[in-house]
Design a protein around this ligand. Sequence first.
Ligand code: 13P
Ligand code: ZN
Length: 270
Amino acid sequence: MKDVLTAPFMVEMIRTATNMYAHGWDERNGGNISLMLEENEVREYLDPEKALRIIPTGFAAPELEGKYFLVTGTGKYFKNMQYAPEVNLGIVRLKDRGQQADLLWGYADGGQFTSEFPAHMMSHAARLGVNPENRVVMHCHPANLLAMTYVHDLDEKQFARTLWQMCTECIVVFPEGVNVLPWMLCGTNEIGEATAEKMKTARLVVWSQHGIYGAGKDLDETFGLIETAEKAAEIYMKIAHLPRVNTITDDQMHLLEKRFGVKAREGWLD
Ligand code: 13P
Ligand code: ZN
């Protein structure tokens, strides 16, 4: 059996969390990540029959029964992930229609997965329905996206259009736009269900006055999605109080669609 700390998925997860912390997106224990693993990659490092303990999830997700996830721990600091991965991360396999998880590795101080596990798992189920290649759900608290939810209309078409207008490549990176949830109590099944519903039509879901969720096929793609939206929000927060003299027009957005072979969310461009 190989050392799980040398697994490419582990190395990439730790690098990503460290980078997210460096970007200022994950103060204290803010943010969480879940990465779906293939059984054959897990078997190189762990015996899936040897559960350390069983953790109840508090919800059902039958689509995910038998699936493996590398997940950040609740209350854990992204800042510390690289120094103590076995304490800050865990590998679990869902069972019993997703109502319980076998802990196969990690949470070594007796901890457990993120309090946002419902939003993560329900979002995985929703995104797998759209794209079977989806592997990652990522949540964090980037300052400019968060700030924008205090001063911008939360209508998701208006919110997404503003982001598209802030950097030329936004419409290319997230042509489906972003979806927006109003403030809701975090860590609950309710916000999990609402997030998953929004994930059916976009890979980015803003949690007003809290942060953002991203989904994608790998850690790089998902990080890049959030990075691009956050850059756009940063431009918005720099200019929102100034007279707008220029913008990217809808005609120019259509040129971008053609040039990059993408299609903006139906009805969101004139
Ligand atoms: P956890 O420490 O439980 O992952 O929670 C952090 C967070 O961002 C809650 O939304
Ligand atoms: Zn959060």
